[in-house]
Design a protein around this ligand. Structure first.
Ligand SMILES: *Cc1c(COP(=O)(O)O)cnc(C)c1O
Length: 299
């Protein structure tokens, strides 16, 4: 079976008083609509990895993640769809949760490993799959040159140009791909990366690893809300407000933080009036399942 997914990722405008007042046109690219489970940037990152696995005759995808990893779930679903076996090596004590349930439902085999051995992923791959010809190593989060290549295609899809593009960053692969796309199209778009980790400055090195040529971009490191998977009341409030006023589902782990940054910077006059800004909705809404308690919504 050919490894391709026909998908729909439209650009929608977001209208509100803030953007009107500041004279901004803000849009969101709906990568969350790419696939219900292989959503957003995860399909873009997996596409060329899966093609490579197929070309090399590999039949078993082996990858890594935390217990709430969108990447594990996307890999499980992509493996099921394109006829691969899959194993997820999960950081930490054996647990079960909604995400891991969905991984297993798609046929993924899960192996739990302590945090210490999790650090050396190639060693774990070797330990479990070193003696077999079928295993195909996919790094945590799909971080790879192939992943960046897939993400750069997002820029090929744009029918219009933007002054600014915003994206949330985990491994930085998606950001690097988008920057490569901006450069290869010769666009003057300013790219903005919003790391979701504490001390996100290190992400510059990660992004730069996958750049085809050096590039300037803005890194907004103060929107982590305490770190990966951490939230604060004002982020939860923002997420609720956004969903309830746009009908676009987002989660507070990635897209919520990125949009919070965009709104905050708009309020602080970071953008010239008349600017056109594109936010990337990178998907991952299953992550909401692990955060229901944080929302304190009445049942
Ligand atoms: C995984 C993920 C990201 C991070 O992408 P990187 O390429 O690792 O930086 C961003 N948004 C969502 C919704 C994700 O699931």
């Amino acid at each position: 079976m050919d490894i391709d997914l026909e998908f729909y990722s439209p650009v929608h405008q977001i209208n509100n008083e803030l953007f009107d007042k500041k004279g901004l046109q803000v849009f969101i690219k709906r990568d969350d609509l790419i696939h219900p489970v292989i959503s957003g940037n995860k399909w873009r990152k997996l596409k060329y990895l899966l093609k490579k696995a197929r070309a090399e005759g590999k039949t078993h995808l082996v990858t890594f993640g935390g217990a709430y990893s969108n990447h594990l779930l996307a890999t499980a679903a992509a493996a099921a769809k394109f006829g691969f076996k899959s194993t997820g090596i999960v950081r930490g004590e054996p647990v079960n949760n909604d995400i891991l349930f969905l991984c297993r439902l798609h046929g993924m085999n899960l192996l739990f490993t302590d945090r210490e051995s999790y650090r050396d992923k190639p060693a774990l791959f070797k330990k479990y799959f070193g003696d077999t010809p079928e295993g195909f190593f996919i790094d945590e989060g799909g971080a790879s040159t192939e992943g960046a290549k897939g993400c750069s295609e997002l820029i090929d899809e744009l029918a219009e140009t933007y002054d600014h593009i915003f994206c949330a960053c985990g491994t930085g692969t998606t950001a690097a791909g988008i920057i490569n796309g901006i450069q290869s199209h010769g666009l003057s778009t300013q790219f903005h990366a919003v790391p979701v980790f504490k001390n996100g400055g290190f992400i510059k090195g990660e992004i730069d690893k996958f750049l085809l040529s050096p590039a300037d971009y803005e890194l907004h490191t103060s929107y982590h809300f305490g770190g990966y998977g951490k939230t604060e009341e004002r982020l939860i409030e923002f997420t609720k407000q956004f969903v309830a006023s746009t009908g676009i589902l987002i989660e507070p782990v990635y897209t919520g933080k990125m949009l919070f940054a965009l709104y905050d910077l708009a309020a602080k006059d970071h953008f010239k009036p008349g600017s056109r800004i594109l936010a990337i909705h990178s998907g991952g809404i299953w992550g909401l399942l692990g955060m229901k308690d944080k929302f304190k919504l009445k049942s």
